[in-house]
Design a protein around this ligand. Structure first.
Ligand SMILES: NC(=O)c1ccc[n+]([C@@H]2O[C@H](COP(=O)([O-])OP(=O)(O)OC[C@H]3O[C@@H](n4cnc5c(N)ncnc54)[C@H](OP(=O)(O)O)[C@@H]3O)[C@@H](O)[C@H]2O)c1
Length: 261
């Protein structure tokens, strides 16, 4: 029996892009809540290192969690879908999908290269459609499932130079609503988490500009950049029974950035 609505024991989770950054923070949060987590990235060595790091962090706190790994490139549909089919079979199903892997490309719209546009759309949007389409049938058979799409403050407020990223994230928010329309009655909850500015490798270029770093702090009511751990609690909530009547939403985890002008 579950003593807490946030308990994820017995639940199997795939968090894409969980070798570092926000995905690693979410994977750790889900594992601490009891889930059996599959850590994912493109590179076998990087995934192994992330799995060890996660196991050690949990062991330090006396938590025995099941941690698996899976390696694929989210822009290579064929290898992604076959790797995920194998993972689903090995784990006996996947109850929680966190569509987190993503990339950024910054360039003025008039100069934006088509190949970069396609790569951003493929990594940040098409892969989420493909993974959800692959895993939803099993969730429908079991009568339960959680899909968490990692969106962005750019679902609501955009900046110049991020056209492909902003379009992909807005598309992901809308895609989540369609998934809700089609799958909610089958017991699946699909929601977006929209992080504000989080201190990860994705923002390396921004962090090299001290004025930008300060502007983000001043533009965020909380007065600081976010950390990957800031996403863990909201992800556990959206992955757990505590959010069973929350569906088709995008929840902003941004220190208040989108609440103020
Ligand atoms: N950081 C922010 O401020 C922020 C704000 C809003 C939204 N987000 C979103 O949050 C998500 C995670 O961002 P992050 O800041 O944590 O990024 P990050 O630190 O750069 O980490 C990206 C993760 O995605 C994986 N990845 C990237 N491209 C991939 C591909 N083609 N195939 C497989 N895996 C791939 C990376 O794996 P490898 O180790 O194999 O490279 C890594 O695990 C993204 O969707 C991003 O758009 C971030």
């Amino acid at each position: 029996m579950r003593t807490s609505p946030f308990d994820l024991s017995g639940r199997r989770a795939l968090v894409t892009g969980s070798t570092r950054g926000i995905g690693a923070g979410i994977a750790e949060g889900l594992a601490r809540a009891g889930a059996h987590v599959a850590v994912h990235g493109r590179d076998e060595l990087g995934v192994k290192a992330a799995v060890n790091q996660l196991r050690n962090a949990l062991a330090d706190d006396g938590i025995e969690a099941l941690v698996d790994s899976v390696v694929f490139d989210v822009t290579d549909a064929e290898s992604m879908l076959s790797a995920v089919a194998r993972l689903e079979q090995d784990l006996g199903g996947i109850d929680i999908l966190v569509n987190n892997a993503g990339i950024q490309h910054r360039s003025a719209l008039v100069d934006f290269p088509l190949h970069a546009w396609q790569e951003v759309l493929s990594a940040n949007l098409t892969s989420c459609f493909l993974l959800a389409r692959q895993l939803a049938p099993g969730m429908i058979i079991r009568g339960r499932g959680k899909i968490i799409n990692i969106c962005s403050v750019q679902n609501r407020l955009v900046r110049g130079s991020t056209s492909a990223y902003a379009a992909a994230k807005a598309g992901l928010g809308a895609l989540g609503q369609v998934m809700c329309a089609e799958w909610a009655a089958a017991g699946i909850q699909i929601n977006g988490l929209a992080p504000g500015y989080i201190d990860t490798d994705l923002n390396t270029a921004l962090k090299q500009n001290p004025e930008m770093v300060d502007w983000i702090k001043s533009r965020t009511p909380a007065g600081r950049w976010g950390t990957p751990q800031d996403l863990a609690g909201p992800a556990v909530w959206l992955a757990s029974a505590a959010s069973d009547f929350v569906n088709g939403q995008v929840v902003f985890v941004d220190g208040g950035m989108t609440a103020v002008i």
